[in-house]
Each structure stands twice: as structure tokens, then as C-alpha cells.
Write a protein that binds this ligand. Structure first.
Ligand SMILES: Cc1cc2nc3c(=O)[nH]c(=O)nc-3n(C[C@H](O)[C@H](O)[C@H](O)COP(=O)(O)OP(=O)(O)OC[C@H]3O[C@@H](n4cnc5c(N)ncnc54)[C@H](O)[C@@H]3O)c2cc1C
Length: 306
């Protein structure tokens, strides 16, 4: 069903005017700076609100997509029909529990969580300081970098299922694997995450975070919009190395380009469309397969109307 006046009135009653937007260009909400309009963009701030939002979407038969910070997505040019339920700043409380546990809202940024951990002398989240995602998105993707991944630190996750029921998952139930979690199949909205960290030395933690930040700045095209690594790591290879060896650094389709700095990244040179990025992805897949016989699969999640 389409978004109509009655739904607009009711959703504003749940969230207030400031946390609902209509016909909102998604290029303003993704790190790729690409994407057509979402019919409706909703920013919940609590599990109870998520439950109410889901009930309303269900009643009006409006399809929805969940988003965190939009740092691992490509939104198509026609945009997203229905609603996007976006987890960011309104859902980003971070608190310390039992000395070594951090409980945070799914919308908290990984950077803020890592810094909070360092400030409390807790080690384990240093790897995440430069990943520009939300905590919920990081659990969904089992984000990882250098010597760490979410799997090593997540203790519990509280979520809301599409039918509005609330759930709590223990770490062992999350099916965390390479860029995979149970949330990729069950459709739940991750709302709150509990991390189990270890006491450490504040200055050592800080030094490691600074070192990882420096390494990232040296190697990754952080000055240009992107969604990070475009492709998953094929078993036994590195996507970036394969793309580089195929001679594709700098290859362009429209405004999308294989980064000159890191072949694993597709960057937006300024006016790229999703169509450009998809065209470039296909071309890279084709040429890498031709030269190396290896199939590359996107790590970036592609959403929106085809
Ligand atoms: C410059 C750059 C560097 C990067 N470096 C890394 C890296 O080193 N390692 C790495 O793993 N990734 C990296 N990424 C990719 C990205 O930051 C991670 O995948 C991150 O975890 C995505 O989080 P997000 O909040 O932006 O998720 P989004 O991009 O908003 O969403 C990604 C997926 O998660 C789902 N999702 C998001 N939030 C929720 C929620 N609360 N509940 C249920 N589902 C949800 C969405 O539906 C979507 O399918 C990088 C990206 C960029 C731009």
C-alpha cells in the first residue's frame, strides 16, 4: 500500500514531527551519497517505538527496510518504496554495566562505542574505531577489521521481530560468521546490543586505535564517498588484489570509479548514480572472472526499487 495521509498522521503521533520524513533523498543518508527518495524515513528511539512503528506499518500494509548508518548499502536511483526504519542518533545511548559490559542502542556509532570503551579502560572494540557504521549494522554484517570482528565481543542482542514481538539472543544463537548474522534471514530489527569486553590499559587501547586509524587513512580512499569494500573476500584471495592485478584501478562507469588508492573500493567521484555503480560492479566481476576464474560477490547491500 502507498503512504497516505492517515498513515502520515498516525506515525507522527508515535514519533513526533521531527523523526519522520517523507520523499527523502537517500543520498543524504548513505556514505556513498547515492540513492533516490524513500517514501518515508522513520527514526525510532526505543524498542517500544520500534514495536509501535512495526504495528502501524503492518496495519497499513506498508513494506519497510531497516537501515543503520547507510555505510554498507547502495540505494537504487528510483529510491525505496514504503518506509525505511533508520537506526541512528535517536537510538544511541551507551552505558556501562557490571564493569566490563557495554550496553548500547543499535544506532550508536561504532566510533562512539569504541571511544567509550577506551575511556572506561576496556579492550576489544579497538578494531571498530574506523568502521563508519552503527552498532546494529555492525552486528547485522558481523563487521570486522584487522584482528577483530563483532563475533568476538557481542554477548547479547535485543531485537523486535516483524510481528512486533521482542526477543533476546545470546551470542551463540546469532550465527555470526564472515559478514553474516542470523538477522540477515530473520528480518528482526536489532535494537540493543550488549558487548562483553576485557579490562585493559587505557593508553595502550588508545595507541592501538590511533594506529589502526592511521593505517586506514593511508590505505583507504576516505576522502571520497563509498560504501567500503565493494566485494566480499573470495576464499583464498583478496578482492582488492584480484581487481588490482586485473588492471582495473581507476576504471570508470559514469561517476563511479574503482578507487586508484584501494582497488577493493568503488568510489563516487561526485555525481555517480546507482546505475553507474551497478554497471561498474558487473564490469569488474566480468573482467576478474575472465582473468582469474574467481567470482566476486558484492558485500555492499543493494536496496530499493529496480
Ligand atoms: C570507508 C568505509 C570503510 C569501511 N570499513 C569496513 C571494515 O573495515 N570492516 C567492515 O566490516 N565493514 C566496513 N565498512 C562497511 C560498513 O561500515 C559496515 O558493514 C557497517 O557495519 C555497516 O553498518 P551500518 O550501520 O552503516 O549499516 P547499513 O549500511 O545502514 O546497513 C547494512 C545492512 O545492515 C542492516 N541493518 C542495519 N542496522 C540494522 C538494525 N538495527 N537491525 C537490523 N538490520 C540492520 C541493513 O538492513 C542492511 O542490510 C566500511 C564502510 C566504509 C564507507
Amino acid at each position: 500500500m502507498q503512504i497516505n495521509e492517515a498513515f502520515a498522521t498516525e506515525i507522527k503521533k508515535v514519533l513526533g514531527d521531527g523523526r519522520v520524513m517523507f520523499h527523502e533523498p537517500m543520498k543524504a543518508h548513505t556514505t556513498f551519497r547515492i540513492g533516490g527518495p524513500a517514501d518515508c524515513l522513520i527514526f525510532p528511539s526505543s524498542m517500544e517505538e520500534v514495536r509501535q512503528v512495526f504495528a502501524l506499518l503492518d496495519r497499513y500494509e506498508i513494506p519497510y527496510t531497516i537501515l543503520g548508518n547507510g555505510s554498507n548499502v547502495l540505494v537504487r536511483d528510483k529510491g525505496v518504496r514504503g518506509a525505511i526504519v533508520k537506526f541512528n542518533s535517536p537510538f544511541s545511548d551507551i552505558r556501562l554495566e557490571e564493569g566490563t559490559r557495554i550496553v548500547a542502542g543499535a544506532g550508536a556509532s561504532l566510533k562512539d562505542v569504541s571511544v567509550f570503551a577506551a575511556e572506561h579502560g576496556l579492550t576489544g572494540m579497538e578494531f571498530a574505531v574506523g568502521i563508519p557504521g552503527s552498532l546494529g549494522g555492525a552486528v547485522f554484517m558481523n563487521a570486522g577489521a584487522y584482528d577483530g570482528e563483532m563475533r568476538n565481543v557481542v554477548a547479547k542482542v535485543r531485537s523486535v521481530a516483524p510481528d512486533g514481538s521482542m526477543h533476546e539472543f545470546q551470542a551463540a544463537e546469532l550465527e555470526l560468521g564472515y559478514r553474516h548474522s542470523i538477522f540477515q534471514t530473520n528480518g528482526h530489527a536489532i535494537c540493543e546490543v550488549e558487548l562483553k569486553l576485557v579490562s585493559g590499559e587505557g593508553s595502550t587501547i588508545r595507541m592501538k586505535m590511533d594506529d589502526l586509524t592511521r593505517r586506514r587513512e593511508e590505505r583507504q580512499p576516505l576522502e571520497m564517498p563509498s560504501a567500503g569494500s565493494t566485494f566480499k573476500r573470495p576464499t583464498g584471495y583478496f578482492a582488492g588484489t584480484l581487481i588490482d592485478q586485473t588492471g582495473l584501478k581507476g576504471l570508470k562507469v559514469g561517476g563511479a570509479q574503482v578507487s586508484e588508492k584501494h582497488a577493493g573500493f568503488v568510489v563516487n567521484t561526485g555525481d555517480a548514480t546507482a546505475e553507474d555503480v551497478l554497471g561498474l560492479i558487473s564490469e569488474v566481476q566480468r573482467r576478474v572472472f575472465e582473468m582469474h576464474g574467481v567470482k566476486l560477490y558484492p558485500e555492499v547491500r543493494i536496496i530499493g526499487e529496480e
